[in-house]
Design a protein around this ligand. Sequence first.
Ligand SMILES: Cc1cc2nc3c(=O)[nH]c(=O)nc-3n(C[C@H](O)[C@H](O)[C@H](O)COP(=O)(O)O)c2cc1C
Length: 352
Amino acid sequence: MSQKKFIDILMLILFFFCLASSFLPEQSHKLTGIGFTSLIICHNILNRNFYKSFLRGKFNWRRMINFATIIFLAVSMLITIISGSALADYFSAPDLNWRSIHLGAAIVATVSLFVHILIHASRYIKGKIFYVASMLVFILAVGAVFGLPYLDRWFHTVKINRSEILRGEKLNLGGKILIVYFSRIGNTNFLGEVDAVSGASLMLDGKKIVGNAQMIAELVQSVLGGEIFEIQTEKIYPADYPQTTQVAKQEFLSGELPALVKLPTVENYDKIILIYPLWWSNLPKPVETFLRSSDLSGKKIYPIVTHGGGGLGESIDTLKSFTRAEIAEPLDIYSSDIPASRKIIFEWLKKS
Ligand SMILES: Cc1cc2nc3c(=O)[nH]c(=O)nc-3n(C[C@H](O)[C@H](O)[C@H](O)COP(=O)(O)O)c2cc1C
């Protein structure tokens, strides 16, 4: 086997390892990423003739598609490497949402890589086999576009450094502020250790699990100050994620309002920042219990919804249907974007 082919096969294997390792401990993803980047450099050195003959010869359709794919591949790979290095703190990166950039670029790179391989394979495989291979590439590409964000949303553990992400500019909104949040974490029976939790993406500060809504509450507090109140239900939700979704579904079907451990003294506050996860595209029932049990007339509610892709869902319409308080323009934050969301929260509060 030629040196070129050997490197290419190794690259392909490492690429899949790289994708898979994003769901394993951070160090393994970093190592496969560095290994893959080194092979990209080798691949380019071995294929340097491509650059020499770049503008020579005829430009037919096949060659143009090949060029376009290589450009897409090169740019997306470069962005994946830069954003990966930013996430790994290899350089002092500007304040951008590097996680989303990394995921988006990795998806484009995956699709471009499949097409790139198919174009090269078309030199050796013809007829029926080529159509089968094209079909396979198409399925893999669709799988990458939809599957990677899905896996990232539900199975990727987001590591955070609490003290670092809480740092930043402060804002004075005026009035007395109460930050109320409801989170699955804190209303379940797991012990705060990651091994005891199944399903859905988790946010970890060291070994400690942090609820998504809880993290947003702390981010809001780091911007505005104010008190934090956690909505806690008397009943305990299952540690198992799919089971929790079933319990919540039952609450929506029965209309049950889960009893709360206690209520905050809302009369002492003017502004309430209300943070909750989207549940079945709607407002979680425990949040409804809080809103229905508190006199919120004359107050202003600032809703922040954290979700796994569903945005605000119907939760704001539900909220408005029984609340007499003034409702500010809501903000929704995709769960994986929370660690990088302080600036977004700051800007939203500033214009609310
Ligand atoms: C019972 C339940 C139902 C959910 N339903 C949706 C949904 O309809 N749409 C969505 O985008 N995310 C949904 N999610 C995902 C959560 O909104 C998301 O993971 C959120 O960030 C979790 O916040 P938390 O860790 O503070 O509980 C659901 C989660 C649970 C537990």
